[in-house]
Design a binder for this molecule. Structure first.
Ligand SMILES: [Zn+2]
Length: 177
């Protein structure tokens, strides 16, 4: 028997069985939540950035801005926390100001992690934001990658020496799919 989202639409086969899907099925489907976001004139955007946490720690940070209340509730079930937006790679968001403007999830790793593990982590994040983009009015265009005005060239060179740049690594991880 086919599972159905809360709205009654059939589940997406490609994400059935994923961690995301286990709670997503309890909500309206991506198309219904996207229609709700359009109705509310939301410009929901998912920002993926790399951030230095300390001398030996880095993290990929996913921040979702301008989400509907319903999408926010779904994101909270996926491990996202209501937070203030990060400003750049050098300032951790906890220091950055008011709460409640974005939904944020962080994937921490040691800055000496071998590049192929970092690439695998990037791949996981990419799958998540691909699913997430289906909930956003702009679809694929709702994902902004490395849009910080200030970036940490040393950290990026350290982690992605093989690929030349973080953007190249991100696109290389797409090719692995
Ligand atoms: Zn639906």
């Amino acid at each position: 028997m086919q599972n159905r989202y809360h709205c009654g639409h059939a589940e997406h086969k490609q994400i059935a069985g994923s961690d995301w899907h286990a709670s997503a099925i309890q909500f309206p489907c991506p198309a219904c939540l996207r229609a709700m976001a359009i109705g509310q004139r939301k410009h929901t955007t998912a920002y993926v950035n790399l951030q230095q946490i300390g001398a030996a720690m880095a993290s990929f940070v996913v921040e979702v801005s301008d989400a509907t209340a319903a999408l926010g509730e779904l994101l909270s079930r996926q491990g996202y926390c209501s937070s203030s937006p990060a400003r750049d790679e050098l300032t951790h968001a906890a220091e950055a100001g008011r709460d409640g403007q974005v939904w944020r999830k962080e994937y921490h790793f040691g800055s000496d992690t071998p590049p192929h593990f970092v690439m695998a982590l990037m791949q996981t994040i990419k799958q998540e934001v691909t699913i997430l983009s289906e909930y956003c009015p702009a679809l694929d265009g709702a994902v902004a990658f490395m849009a910080f005005p200030r970036r940490n060239a040393d950290l990026e060179a350290n982690l992605f020496a093989e690929h030349g740049s973080l953007e190249d690594a991100w696109h290389a991880s797409a090719a692995m799919q």
